[in-house]
Design a protein around this ligand. Structure first.
Ligand code: GAR
Length: 210
């Protein structure tokens, strides 16, 4: 019998370059799992059109039409359970999560953040790094816990900031790094190579070589 593939939901709010990279990897059979659903809180976000083109169903909602965060998260949770989703991948999902989803997907929800955490959590991490004048920043993929960008770290890549580099240029380089690292990390999880021991994450087998 064929092994059951990991069923993945991607949450995104914006451009969706990471969603695209994940969808492309899935289409090429390189993700180790299937993307069952895009969850998006912005009906006009470009990522919704990307999902349509990739043939991936989108569950798009307007947070303002719900009484609370918990209310829409319960609906999302029902959708995820109905589809047998085993991994939630946050890819530029710009909403605070409540324990409704975080606890239901404890150890099965990951996020990508455009800095070397624990530096520059929260909004506008790229701008924060430039403003601070750091010489090196990067990308972090981590498990989601109850805090702000605070969960156990799965993978990081550093990026040197050029003298006088603009935010647009740095953002482009960070996105390029993210778009390669995220599919790799998801594949590692899908292949069962990632284990979590307290704050320490171990990845068995080959290291990243993108
Ligand atoms: C990415 O750079 C991701 O790291 C960031 O949003 C961007 C989404 O880009 N996420 C956060 O800042 C989360 N705190 P994309 O829509 O092109 O994938």
């Amino acid at each position: 019998m064929a092994e059951q593939q990991l069923r993945i939901a991607v949450f995104a709010s914006g451009q969706g370059s990471n969603f695209q990279a994940l969808a492309d990897a899935a289409a090429e059979g390189k993700l180790g799992g299937s993307i069952e659903l895009l969850v998006c809180d912005k009906p006009s976000a470009p990522v919704v059109e990307r999902a349509r083109r990739a043939g991936i169903e989108a569950w798009v909602f307007n947070p303002k039409s719900y009484a609370s965060r918990e209310a829409y998260e319960h609906e999302i949770l029902d959708e995820l359970r109905r589809r047998g989703v085993g991994l939630v991948v946050l890819a530029g999902y710009m909403r605070i999560l409540t324990p409704v989803l975080v606890e239901a997907f404890d150890g099965r929800m990951i996020n990508i953040h455009p800095s070397l955490l624990p530096s520059f959590p929260g909004l506008n991490a790229i701008g924060q790094a430039l403003e601070h004048g750091v010489k090196v920043t990067g990308v972090t993929i981590h498990f989601v816990d109850g805090g702000l960008d605070s969960g156990p770290i799965i993978a990081q890549r550093s990026i040197e900031i050029g003298e006088g580099e603009s935010e647009a240029s740095l953002s482009e380089r960070i996105h390029s790094a993210e778009n390669v690292l995220y599919p790799w990390a998801v594949r590692c999880i899908a292949e069962g190579r990632v284990t979590l021991d307290g704050r320490k994450v171990r990845i068995a087998g080959a290291d990243f070589s993108g």
